[in-house]
Design a protein around this ligand. Sequence first.
Ligand code: ATP
Ligand code: MG
Length: 650
Amino acid sequence: MSEALANLLNETRQFPPPAALAAEANVTAGSYDEAGADRLAFWERQAGRLAWARPWDEVLDWSNPPFAKWFVGGQLNVAYNCLDRHVEAGLGDRVAIHWEGEPGDTRTLTYADLHRLTCQAANALTDLGVVAGDRVAIYLPMVPEAAVAMLACARIGATHSVVFGGFSADALGNRIQDASAKVVITADGGYRRGKPSALKPTVDEAVANCPSIEHVLVVRRTGEEVAWSAKDHWWHETVETAPAEHTAQPFDAEHPLFILYTSGTTARPKGILHTTGGYLTQAAWTAHAVFDLKPATDVYWCTADIGWVTGHSYIVYGPLANGATQVMYEGTPDTPHKGRFWEIVDKYKVSILYTAPTLIRTMMKWGEDIPAGFDLSSLRLLGSVGEPINPEAWMWYRQHVGRGELPIVDTWWQTETGSIMISPLPGVTATKPGSAMTPLPGIAADVVDDQGRSVPNGGGGYLVLREPWPSMLRTIWGDDNRFIETYWSRFEGMYFAGDGAKKDDDGHIWLLGRVDDVMLVSGHNISTTEVESALVSHPAVAEAAVVGATDPTTGQAIVAFAIPRGTADTSGEAGEQLITELRNHVAKTLGPIAKPRQIMLVPELPKTRSGKIMRRLLRDVAENRSLGDVTTLQDSSVMELISSGLSGGK
Ligand code: ATP
Ligand code: MG
């Protein structure tokens, strides 16, 4: 991005917060002023929402940047904050988790239940020799034991490393080795797409090459036959028979809480390290502020997997620190039918729904009749995370899930940031479809040019964070140099997020996708996100991915892959006509410079296991190269589907 990105997409719709929500909102416009006047005092007040065993001496020690220390000298226990203090406050009978298994089996866990199980797991782990500072790998399906395992580690000061249950033995093994984990907690399997999907064999294969692993703790979920070795212990024979009394000991605010490896959209996975006090402060406050969480009345549902940071901060730590009631779902959105999500919203009367653009676009593809078949009237707030949300997907979400009236919080953040950084506040912000809007109070986000200068309104460039924040990553596990190089070397004294962004004329922030994905066409920088959003704004398109392919005349040329919506006819002549129409549609929406050289209609797009489009592989297709590394793909057959079924013209 050698020059400012042009502000191509011209989105003018704006939606003020519903008056009733604004009147009762947890957080009002005053918090921007408060944080603006004194950022550290603001965060200090939010830290005060937690229970500390020892108060801090200093809010922030930034004497050795980029290595931050927050709430220096303070001590607390994360599990105590998420469980014990609610039980002690008389809320033991409140439902913490309404769990829904994919086959339709259910479990209800109150705060007292979750507390008891966590204490038992803490005792069992201690018996297995786990002590504070040890690393524990967690490789589980979406069962309540996943949350229990994380909380039990936090309770005894062990650092957890959750690895998404869809990853291979190699990926799991690499992560175990990188962190020298002592124990791995897994299950025989989980349910996916209507059948049991085994996990234990993958763990066995990984552990064979991981001498650091002393014990494997196995939850029984599917009941399928598993191989057994001397290191293996059943969860129900170890944890569920352990004593239910356990006193949580406080840990230093900077004690390592977890390592989480980024999904690997770009390079070799990085072990992002998060610590205790600052992380919990910001995770808890953002859940309270951005979701306007009312623990006594709301039913909250985040559809992410616990293997991603969203599952860490907004299934486990943020909601539980607030004492919220939530839904946890094991399976896929189309099992046994495409209305499963809406059925769950209806069944549990979900009031706050937090999901990802990839899912919203999938729902668009399936058609609005499906959500229309369920009672979604319990919903009062919608959230989005993971990728830029195309304005049309945003509008669809508002219209067909949000009754045309619910606020949507489009939340920008990363594994590295630990918590939400840029987002509307639902009771304050008049939202714009496709914009994450404004840095939260206490967060210093900016968009800068090549030289690190703040761009004026209307300009585009790189997203940066100018000041440390409580839930920031502390380092890359075992690799301080890579931490400095990756995030702190591009611009002096600023955190480089790796995302392109623009400020609109009102100064609101629009995320434009990864810097690596930006295209350079005839000397103009064009963001993939904007062209994709233009395509999705056509009624025949549900989802699109755009890449820049080498071109002899323009340097790079735009090549687009589009998934048609359910009803569109894409065979033969009709397909050719649609492609011509789409090329013209983009040229009309964004200008002739953005007209794709080529559009291919495809049934699916390659995505990472966290649901993000992998443009790198599409670039290989567009440039007729053999495919690069496909190991982090959700479904490796997708690339064959795309390569074999291309029905695209010039
Ligand atoms: P890797 O860093 O290994 O490539 P990843 O970046 O996909 O993996 P995450 O930390 O889960 O792993 O994702 C953070 C990224 O997701 C952000 O940098 C941004 O590109 C994108 N993102 C998340 N939320 C939003 C949002 N609301 N709007 C736009 N982009 C978003
Ligand atoms: Mg990233």
